[in-house]
Design a protein around this ligand. Structure first.
Ligand SMILES: Cc1cc2nc3c(=O)[nH]c(=O)nc-3n(C[C@H](O)[C@H](O)[C@H](O)COP(=O)(O)OP(=O)(O)OC[C@H]3O[C@@H](n4cnc5c(N)ncnc54)[C@H](O)[C@@H]3O)c2cc1C
Length: 532
């Protein structure tokens, strides 16, 4: 994947594209894979970098959503459990099974949550992971050594999927390109081209050259998530659908706060949400919150109240309560929820997706979850077929392997004490079969980490620039690798070395490197704890 090659491919096409996708998050990338694999000439345009929006800021779970079972959204849970199974099958190098323990402190909790989770297992059917188990007090302590023991009665253990969202996005981008799609990052759509009132294409600005380009298309799909309203307003003065964005924040702590491979799930917090503490990439991700917001900035800022809420609730379940000093990074995302009832709290708005065809023929794909990205894409491309003269081709993505697919990295069930939790992937396990090519291409010393606190090696930087369309320092440190999400201060320390390597590969002058550091330092501010 090379941006210059992709740009030339886009410019040189004389005929209209079959499908233009706006937005390079989970939804847009899924649509590009779906449309290209049906044989449609597909162009995807992303305003910043792939997964810069909500798709790199999730809780990193591929799950049916136990919480939605509590709220009775059975259809969503069934759909998400099916998609979880499909993702485990098509991307075993990117999704791993992770076991969650619900520690119980009241007599009724073990049978209550146990029964609910047995139903959850049954709903997954043949695509299920390890079965739910009821745990004694001793077992709960063994699986979660740092769990608060005062009043502990036992626990319930169940399984869901876990992944690296940004790397999954890059793998989807590469899958789309493998199937012939053309993808551009740093390519904001700034306007539409219409024949009378009918959608005929888009105008895009090349963020690096300032050049405006126009592309015509048979179908245009708006997959811009929480930013969808901006394009709706470009299309029609009064959009027919209203988005209700809701912010969610996560804190990242050192692994010591949750020794072991099992995650904690707190089923009911004060605001009626579930709280997760999940081991991820050698750290622990704790979150999340849920509150409605009016604005949708590219860099949402965590609120002090969210941080306090998470620290307080996490502390209730851990022997050593985390404090501000223990937070390595803070990240914040905006949920693309669809507004139905203006008074409903955001935690009660459904996560099901909707496809809406505007009067112009512009297709909006709204709502949804990372877990259901493939189904959302299928529904969107089916809608594209039904409103245009595109040839009728069935969706194939349920069986298409994701780029890097490695049959050796099976999402497997482990027995014994570690039941339900597969080994955490080796630092480069997410690259799947690409790792073979990386090893053939780069020197053995390129695979040695340059950090004592995080895993980051020169081979990852080279690969990101040469094969994964990374254009900026932030692309490398936030999405081709998860450094910024894991440890903001360490990422800032690593930045000069990484940018020097990038400048070398891209033959950029020192001023470019300096600007990159400035830009990255600005973005990193949002990953620090907010002021009181
Ligand atoms: C706190 C939180 C936790 C979550 N946890 C989970 C989880 O554990 N599991 C799960 O399944 N789901 C989870 N979700 C939901 C999931 O992350 C989202 O549903 C999903 O990432 C949305 O993807 P998207 O592609 O629709 O939106 P986005 O990822 O936001 O992508 C939209 C893209 O459109 C681009 N764009 C905007 N305007 C333009 C333009 N004019 N031109 C070109 N491009 C443009 C943006 O830059 C952006 O990259 C979570 C969400 C949040 C907020």
């Amino acid at each position: 994947m090379n941006r210059e090659e992709q740009l030339q491919k886009a410019i040189q096409r004389r005929e209209p594209w079959d499908v233009i996708v706006i937005g390079g998050g989970a939804t847009g990338l899924g649509i590009a894979v779906d449309a290209a694999s049906r044989g449609y000439k597909t162009l995807l345009l992303e305003r910043y970098d792939f997964a810069k929006g909500t798709s790199s800021r999730s809780t990193k779970l591929i799950h049916g959503g136990v919480r939605y079972l509590q709220s009775g959204d059975v259809r969503l849970v069934l759909e998400a459990l099916k998609e979880r199974g499909i993702m485990c099958r098509n991307a075993p190098h990117l999704v791993r099974e992770c076991s969650f323990v619900i520690p119980t402190y009241d007599w009724w909790e073990t049978p209550f949550y146990g029964a609910g989770l047995k139903i959850y297992d049954l709903m997954a059917g043949k695509l299920g992971l390890s079965p739910t188990r009821l745990l004694s007090r001793d077992e709960t302590q063994r699986f979660i050594p740092n769990v608060r023991t005062v009043g502990l009665r036992g626990g319930v253990m169940f399984s869901d999927g876990q992944f690296d969202d940004a790397r999954m996005a890059i793998a989807l981008a590469r899958t789309a390109v493998d199937h012939g799609a053309c993808l551009l990052n740093y390519a904001p759509v700034t306007g539409f081209m219409k024949n009378k009132q009918t959608m005929g294409g888009v105008q895009m600005l090349d963020a690096f050259t300032g050049q405006t380009l126009s592309f015509s298309a048979r179908v245009v799909i708006n997959a811009t998530g929480v930013f969808a309203s901006e394009l709706m307003k470009l299309d029609e003065p009064i959009p027919q659908i209203k988005m209700s964005p809701a912010q969610g924040t996560h804190l990242v702590l050192d692994a010591a706060f949750l020794s072991g491979q099992h995650a904690i799930l707190v089923p009911h917090t004060a605001d009626g949400r579930v709280l997760f503490a999940v081991p991820w990439q050698g750290k622990v991700v704790v979150g999340t919150t849920d509150h409605a917001v009016a604005d949708t900035p590219a860099e949402p800022q965590a609120r002090r109240s969210e941080v306090d809420f998470i620290l307080e609730h996490a502390g209730t379940y851990m022997t050593r309560p985390p404090t501000n000093e223990d937070v390595r990074s803070v990240f914040c995302g905006l949920r693309p929820l669809i507004s139905k009832d203006a008074d409903a709290p955001s935690s009660q708005l459904s996560r099901t997706h909707q496809i809406h065809v505007a009067r112009s023929g512009l297709i909006h794909v709204l709502g949804g979850k990372w877990t259901t990205y493939r189904k959302m894409a299928e529904d969107a491309v089916d809608a594209a077929q039904s409103i245009s003269d595109l040839p009728d081709v069935p969706c194939r993505t349920a069986t298409i392997p994701i780029h890097g697919y490695d049959p050796g990295s099976v999402v497997g069930v482990v027995v014994g004490d570690d039941a339900g939790s597969t080994e955490p992937p080796a630092p480069l396990g997410n690259y799947g079969t690409d790792l073979d090519e990386m090893r053939a291409r780069y020197a053995p010393t390129d695979f040695e980490s340059i950090s004592e606190h995080l895993f980051l090696c020169p081979a990852q930087v080279k690969w990101a620039v040469e094969r994964e369309m990374a254009q900026t320092l932030e692309d490398v440190l936030a999405r081709r690798t998860p450094c910024l999400f894991l440890d903001v201060e360490e990422s800032l320390r690593l930045a000069p070395r990484v940018v020097a390597q990038m400048a070398d590969i891209l033959a950029r002058p020192p001023e470019w490197a300096e600007q990159q550091i400035n830009d990255f330092t600005h973005v990193a501010r949002y990953f620090r704890l907010p002021e009181s």
